[in-house]
Structures are given as structure tokens and as C-alpha cells.
Design a protein around this ligand. Structure first.
Ligand SMILES: *Cc1c(COP(=O)(O)O)cnc(C)c1O
Length: 234
């Protein structure tokens, strides 16, 4: 299957899932997760109409962003990996979105380092929804406090929440985690009526259907678009 065919299949699946959930198809956007994949694969997806891409590793992402800038191809780049404080500047200077915000200190640095000539950096708060010690993200009870902190940072724009629930092929478990996220998302909207809270980023190749059923507005899909990842070359 080509990347173009894979994208068509995913758009069809999004359409089916949104219809089943009685939601408009346009309420779910597709983020193509291109980590470990070469520029040629991203170009192929772009030529098939895909504009938003997600990267997990700062330097790899910046290299790709700069490559497409030299080609005069305008894409939207989302940082979706864990971020150490010594790498914040590259994210602030190059990416359009940062989806894995979980600490005030990182928020402060991104705010300080965001270039003044760029639009504010869109940010999502990452929630550790499966309550796993090993996982990134804050506890649901910490959400409002972090959101209040971000609200006061002029170079960041709080857009919503992101989560990576523990992988499971049990649909009921998938939906339990995603429904909890949906409730938190509603709470956040109510608590911050003047912020542009419109993005609930959840759902990957193996749990996209459940995520859309539970209100996801952005699915992050890698494998189903680009095929399995090969980490051995890294
Ligand atoms: C890798 C990754 C994805 C994509 O996962 P697939 O299972 O390949 O669709 C989505 N979100 C995050 C945060 C990732 O790191």
C-alpha cells in the first residue's frame, strides 16, 4: 500500500467512526506521526494532501522542518515526545505545537524562548490518564493549576489536552481512559472560557476508533500511514 492509499483508508476510517459517534467528520483532524521516517515519506504524504506532522525527537524534527523550509513547502509541525529543559529552545523556535507539556518550568522556558515574530506556540497539557509511574504527563488533579500558569504566558496558547493511555486491545478499557479524558477536556473548557480550548489529542493506530467515539479532535497516526518503524538505524 502506498502512503497515499494509507491516508485514504484512514480518512475513510475517521469518516466511519465520526458517523457512528454522530459527530461531523471535520471535527477530527489527522496528525501524521513521521518519527524515524525520511523526508521522502513526508513529501509523499504532503503530496496526498497531508499538512500536519508529529515528531518525537527534537533534533530529528528540526532537521525535517528546516529541510521543508528550504523546499518552500509549508507544513504544520507538532512536537509529541518527552522534552528535556535543555532542548526547549529548539522546540520554541521551530515547532508550531507542543503537545506534551507537563511542567511549569518547561512552559516558562518555551514562553521565554518563543521568537517574537512567530505566533504563540500552541500547547497541550499531557495527562497521565492510566496512572502509570513510568508514563509522562500530570495527574488529572493537577490540570487546572498548570493551565492557570500557562494562561499567564503570552507566547503560549493553551489549546487543550493530550494523552497516551496504556496500550490495550480491550475496547472497554480503551474507552474508559478516553472518556475520562473527555470529561477533563470539558472541565478545562468550562474553567477557561476565554482560552481557545479546542483540541483533545488522543488515539493512535491501534485505538483510533475508541478515541473518536470518546470525543478526540486529533488522532496521531504513524504506523497505519508510514508502516512499521525501524529503530535499528537510529
Ligand atoms: C509514535 C507515536 C504515535 C503514533 O503511533 P502509531 O501507533 O504508530 O500510530 C502517536 N503519538 C505519540 C505520542 C507517539 O509517540
Amino acid at each position: 500500500m502506498t502512503i497515499q492509499q494509507a491516508l485514504e483508508t484512514i480518512h475513510q476510517q475517521i469518516q466511519t467512526s465520526t458517523q457512528l459517534a454522530h459527530r461531523p467528520e471535520s471535527s477530527v483532524t489527522l496528525l501524521a506521526v513521521s518519527k524515524t521516517k525520511p523526508n521522502e515519506a513526508i513529501l509523499e504524504a504532503y503530496q496526498a494532501g497531508q499538512k500536519a506532522f508529529g515528531e518525537n525527537y527534537v533534533q530529528e524534527g528540526v532537521d525535517k522542518i528546516q529541510y521543508f523550509e528550504t523546499q518552500n513547502i509549508q507544513l504544520e509541525w507538532h512536537f509529541i515526545g518527552p522534552l528535556q529543559s535543555n532542548k526547549t529552545r529548539l522546540v520554541a523556535e521551530h515547532f508550531d505545537w507542543m503537545q506534551t507539556l507537563e511542567r511549569e518550568k518547561i512552559a516558562d522556558r518555551l514562553n521565554e524562548q518563543r521568537p517574537a515574530n512567530k505566533a504563540p506556540l500552541n500547547v497541550l497539557i499531557q495527562i497521565n490518564i492510566s496512572d502509570e509511574a513510568s508514563k509522562s504527563g500530570i495527574q488529572p488533579s493537577e490540570m487546572i493549576e498548570l493551565a492557570k500558569h500557562i494562561e499567564n504566558l503570552p507566547h503560549l496558547c493553551l489549546r487543550g489536552l493530550m494523552a497516551i493511555p496504556a496500550p490495550t486491545d480491550n475496547i472497554a478499557e480503551q474507552e474508559a481512559a478516553f472518556s475520562q479524558m473527555e470529561q477533563l477536556f470539558e472541565q478545562l473548557k468550562v474553567a477557561f472560557p476565554h482560552q481557545q480550548i479546542d483540541t483533545l489529542s488522543m488515539g493512535m493506530t491501534d485505538d483510533m476508533q475508541s478515541a473518536i467515539k470518546c470525543g478526540s479532535t486529533m488522532v496521531r497516526i504513524g504506523t497505519a500511514i508510514f508502516g512499521a518503524r525501524d529503530y535499528s538505524k537510529k
